[in-house]
Ligand binder design. Sequence first.
Ligand SMILES: *[C@@H]1O[C@H](CO)[C@@H](O)[C@H](O)[C@H]1NC(C)=O
Ligand SMILES: *[C@@H]1O[C@H](CO)[C@@H](O)[C@H](O)[C@H]1NC(C)=O
Ligand SMILES: *[C@@H]1O[C@H](CO)[C@@H](O)[C@H](O)[C@H]1NC(C)=O
Ligand SMILES: *[C@@H]1O[C@H](CO)[C@@H](O)[C@H](O)[C@H]1NC(C)=O
Ligand SMILES: *[C@@H]1O[C@H](CO)[C@@H](O)[C@H](O)[C@H]1NC(C)=O
Ligand SMILES: *[C@@H]1O[C@H](CO)[C@@H](O)[C@H](O)[C@H]1NC(C)=O
Ligand SMILES: *[C@@H]1O[C@H](CO)[C@@H](O)[C@H](O)[C@H]1NC(C)=O
Ligand SMILES: *[C@@H]1O[C@H](CO)[C@@H](O)[C@H](O)[C@H]1NC(C)=O
Ligand SMILES: *[C@@H]1O[C@H](CO)[C@@H](O)[C@H](O)[C@H]1NC(C)=O
Ligand SMILES: *[C@@H]1O[C@H](CO)[C@@H](O)[C@H](O)[C@H]1NC(C)=O
Ligand SMILES: *[C@@H]1O[C@H](CO)[C@@H](O)[C@H](O)[C@H]1NC(C)=O
Ligand SMILES: *[C@@H]1O[C@H](CO)[C@@H](O)[C@H](O)[C@H]1NC(C)=O
Length: 623
Amino acid sequence: MEIHLSPYIFLAFLLHLSTLCFVNAQVTDISTDKQALLALKARISHDPSNLLAGNWSRRASVCDWIGITCGVRHHRVTALNISYLNLTATLPPQLGNLSFLAILSIKNNSFYGSIPDELAHLRRLKYLQFSFNNFINLKIPSWFGSLTKLQHLGLNEVKFSGTIPQSLGNLSSLQQLFLDYNELSGSIPTSIFNISSLQILGLYQNQVSGSFPSIPFNMTSLIYIDFGDNGLSGGVSASFFDYLPNLERLFLDKNFLSSEIPSTLSTCEGLQYLFLDKNNFTGSIPKEIGNLTQLKMLGLGYNKLQGEIPYEIGNLRNLETLHLEFNSLVGPVPATVFNISTMKLLSVLDNELTGILPPTAELPNLEELYLGRNNFSGPFPGFITNASKLSIIEMGSNSFSGIIPSAIDMTECNISGNIPKEINNLNNLIDLQLEDNELTGSIPVTLGGLHKLQGLNLERNKLEGFIPSSLCQLNELVELQLGGNKIYGSLPACLGGCFGNFSIESFMGNLALCGSSRLYVPLCKTRTHGKSSSRKVMLFITLPLSITFTLVVFVLIFVLMKCRKKRTRPPTHVEMYPRHTWRRISYHELVRATNGFSENNLLGRGSYGSVFREDYMMGWSLQ
Ligand SMILES: *[C@@H]1O[C@H](CO)[C@@H](O)[C@H](O)[C@H]1NC(C)=O
Ligand SMILES: *[C@@H]1O[C@H](CO)[C@@H](O)[C@H](O)[C@H]1NC(C)=O
Ligand SMILES: *[C@@H]1O[C@H](CO)[C@@H](O)[C@H](O)[C@H]1NC(C)=O
Ligand SMILES: *[C@@H]1O[C@H](CO)[C@@H](O)[C@H](O)[C@H]1NC(C)=O
Ligand SMILES: *[C@@H]1O[C@H](CO)[C@@H](O)[C@H](O)[C@H]1NC(C)=O
Ligand SMILES: *[C@@H]1O[C@H](CO)[C@@H](O)[C@H](O)[C@H]1NC(C)=O
Ligand SMILES: *[C@@H]1O[C@H](CO)[C@@H](O)[C@H](O)[C@H]1NC(C)=O
Ligand SMILES: *[C@@H]1O[C@H](CO)[C@@H](O)[C@H](O)[C@H]1NC(C)=O
Ligand SMILES: *[C@@H]1O[C@H](CO)[C@@H](O)[C@H](O)[C@H]1NC(C)=O
Ligand SMILES: *[C@@H]1O[C@H](CO)[C@@H](O)[C@H](O)[C@H]1NC(C)=O
Ligand SMILES: *[C@@H]1O[C@H](CO)[C@@H](O)[C@H](O)[C@H]1NC(C)=O
Ligand SMILES: *[C@@H]1O[C@H](CO)[C@@H](O)[C@H](O)[C@H]1NC(C)=O
């Protein structure tokens, strides 16, 4: 029996097909996309560049609008990228109708209000970038977990609060998850550690608490974890590192972690950046850290680490910054550390380190050296004068003895004491802090050649002799501390000029000084270069007299200066501005002023680390 297709049935079938198409068209037409985008445009209350107002015109094709990309084949909107336009706006629910959308980026605007649930319909989304907006107090919608094609989720500084939903663990294609600079709390959902495709996990500066997941996880793709500045506590288990074979960057700084540092971290052989600063890590530094030969930055400062610095740290031949400050480390710094030629910043401030520093070293790139508040002894390390990139030397409160070496070849100085700028080995020095040591000899004339010097602190040493007039060449100097030495004789003639900004306290506690009458110091009676013993005797007789006299005069000056300041002079530009600059640059000052570092202090992770973190965060985009 033959089956005849009745023409009516056939017609009905066609009709049915076309209605299907029609219905479909209603939902997925390009005009739907246009309606959705016009709805978005209507939500923009402020558009400073006025870019969209004209460009997103009803007459033009959506696909020609700025920030819009359409699919070549189906002619539907696939990308909406209106980043960096400083728009103030809210998100309309109609955006959920952009059913072909793969890229949605509204980064760096001022979007606020709620995130419509309709966006959950955007099943094709691979890239969702909301970073740097103003969704104040909003929670991360749990339906984000249903956008299962997502590879990139950027939610940096959108001011979200609440907890991180478990459902994000469903994003099985996710490669990059940025949640930095929000107010997220609660614990880190363990489900996130099930995303084996994850490469980057950023959670810097939130209030996430609890401890690390102890469940086994397998994250072979993960290269970057930033849990810095949260409320994490407890320990880091030895097994934590077993599952992260490709980890390159690990930030756990500024938490409340209190375990020992697991030696198993050496299994992460590719680690380049390791920051464990500002926790309560105890025990000693595991010597296995020396196996992490790719390390560029190592931060272990502000913990409770004890014991000696392992010799193996010298194996880290790529290290650029080493932070060990504010611990209780004892013993010497291994000599090999001073031969890491890549080193830019070395800080062991405030430990209990001892020993003599090596006379020679290989530190051609060293810019900042912090050895202060330990008990190093022996001569001023000679290698320092060869480290020509040094800008900060902080060696205060140790037991360094001997003389301060001349940083330049004296034979190059001409008779008048003018020092040619270009030959000074420490040409870049901005800050030299040597207070509270046992340095002897006189203040080197050559210091006057360090023409960028802003801070010079030689307080409370055993320095003798005169203040070299070459210091008058230091035009940038804003902090000068020479008190508590045995300096005597004349203040440089220029004192009233170039040193005019320093209070007399800078020189107090020395034996006797004379100089310009403008500064109310007694005039110097003799040429100060005399050597005869009778003059020395004279000096010792007149000394007590001078001291009394000077003290009286100092008090007078003080009172006078105070009155003068109050009455006439507003603070001059010269006085205020450089000091401000100075304070900004000095790590040492910052440490002192803030008792450790306060929040948002870039220098907190070394002048390199933080900048790096920002760059790294901003630099990631769709692959
Ligand atoms: C909108 O801007 C794009 C890119 O600048 C341009 O190609 C297009 O012609 C503009 N459309 C209108 C309607 O101004
Ligand atoms: C979005 O646009 C910005 C600025 O034009 C650009 O830097 C960024 O790479 C774009 N993002 C994507 C995912 O295309
Ligand atoms: C957005 O604002 C920043 C800072 O105010 C400005 O530098 C930038 O040029 C602005 N961008 C646009 C597209 O107006
Ligand atoms: C688009 O979205 C809105 C709000 O979510 C909805 O009311 C509308 O029916 C959707 N469809 C079209 C074709 O606009
Ligand atoms: C993006 O926003 C952040 C935070 O507001 C800001 O620091 C950054 O400079 C902005 N970037 C651009 C290119 O506007
Ligand atoms: C997504 O995650 C939640 C919570 O983890 C779970 O209950 C749900 O079944 C998951 N959904 C899918 C589609 O996997
Ligand atoms: C992680 O994945 C495993 C297996 O795929 C599953 O058994 C486990 O429940 C998941 N854990 C979480 C916390 O989602
Ligand atoms: C981890 O995952 C990789 C590939 O995804 C697999 O080869 C490896 O065996 C897994 N390791 C463990 C311990 O499950
Ligand atoms: C370290 O522990 C002490 C108490 O032993 C506590 O007061 C302090 O807040 C802790 N600091 C950090 C960063 O965990
Ligand atoms: C790691 O370091 C230890 C001790 O320094 C050493 O014995 C071991 O061979 C190293 N392991 C690797 C894989 O290099
Ligand atoms: C460090 O380098 C200097 C000069 O290259 C060399 O004399 C010294 O032996 C080295 N020290 C160590 C501990 O390797
Ligand atoms: C520092 O070392 C010197 C000698 O090296 C010693 O005399 C002094 O007692 C030590 N000071 C402290 C505080 O340990």
